[in-house]
Ligand binder design. Structure first.
Ligand code: ATP
Ligand code: MG
Length: 282
């Protein structure tokens, strides 16, 4: 029943990313709170429109309790925003996640207990099973794209770089996104098996491995604390680095789970269904 942007009133900004701005809004008629993601399509560098349409297409198709729900897609221009940019924008009216992103949770709490990580991991894997079943590669699993609601449940968000699987994708230029990227995506020639053999599904599992390890150790785990990652450091850590050390108190189940996710050879890496049956997730 949300038909136009004037049905909504802005309450504040929830986040800002490469893709656009996310506002907290209220639906005037029902007083329901939503998150509104606004993608500006004014300066089109060629791919923004195409990617926005792809994100919209995916949001329309998915229907899962493990994925952020999109209640409406509006493209009639967000009055002032559109006016400022002198052009159009595409807006997604999404379910509001009270707890913010896992990135914010980690900023506040630094480390999470294994039981909590296990619950998160299970839900993300369920979400990936659903997406992969529809041939959708998320492609950008990282703390800022995993959102938490008031029940403490995690859901997958942000299909800004997602795609329907065809072959290996291009490496993103955003270093924040690259940090969670798999070796085969970083360096397809060496790790992908040539000809874009890696389909991208295994890359989502790698990213999940980095995320759960980060929740456990309290910082981005592939590079030492306090180092500002540059391209070369990051690439070396992902493609050739030693497996990061885990605290002695780490359970064997957690260790084994992380090792199955962070297997460099994507063909040997744990699959989503294998990991859903892993003792850490049970
Ligand atoms: P990036 O390029 O940084 O990945 P983006 O522009 O593609 O971001 P999103 O990842 O969808 O946009 O959202 C950016 C941020 O806004 C999230 O990290 C989160 O903090 C907040 N946010 C997004 N959607 C919601 C929501 N439904 N409920 C609450 N907060 C949200
Ligand atoms: Mg994001």
């Amino acid at each position: 029943d949300i038909e136009k942007l004037s049905d909504l009133e802005k309450m504040g900004i929830l986040g800002q990313g490469g893709g656009g701005t996310v506002y907290k809004v209220v639906h005037k008629k029902t007083a329901t709170i939503y998150a509104l993601k606004v993608l500006l399509l004014d300066r089109d560098y060629g791919s923004i429109r195409k990617q926005a349409a792809r994100e919209a297409g995916i949001l329309k198709r998915v229907d899962s309790e493990y994925i952020i729900r999109c209640h409406a897609i509006l493209d009639d221009g967000f009055s002032d925003m559109a006016a400022k940019s002198g052009g159009k924008c595409l807006c997604f009216v999404m379910e509001y996640m009270e707890g913010g992103s896992l990135q914010e949770v980690l900023r506040a709490r630094q480390r999470l207990p294994e039981t909590e990580i296990s619950g998160f991991a299970r839900r993300v894997l369920e979400g990936l099973r659903y997406l992969h079943g529809m041939k959708i590669v998320h492609g950008d699993i990282k703390p800022s794209n995993l959102l938490v609601n008031d029940k403490g449940e995690v859901k997958i968000a942000d299909f800004g770089v997602s795609r329907v699987a065809v072959g290996a994708g291009d490496c993103d230029s955003d270093i924040g996104t690259c940090a969670y990227m798999s070796p085969e995506r970083f360096d397809p020639e060496r790790w992908g098996g040539g000809d874009g053999a890696a389909n991208g599904f295994a890359g989502d599992v790698w990213s999940l491995g980095v995320v759960v390890l980060e929740c456990h150790v309290g910082h981005f785990p592939l590079i030492g604390v306090g180092r500002i990652p540059d391209w070369v450091t990051l690439m070396c850590a992902i493609c050739f680095g030693e497996m990061p050390e885990m605290p002695e108190t780490t359970s064997p189940e957690f260790r084994s789970f992380v090792l199955r996710c962070l297997e460099r050879d994507w063909r040997k890496r744990g699959t989503v269904s294998e990991l859903l049956g892993h003792p850490f997730c049970e």
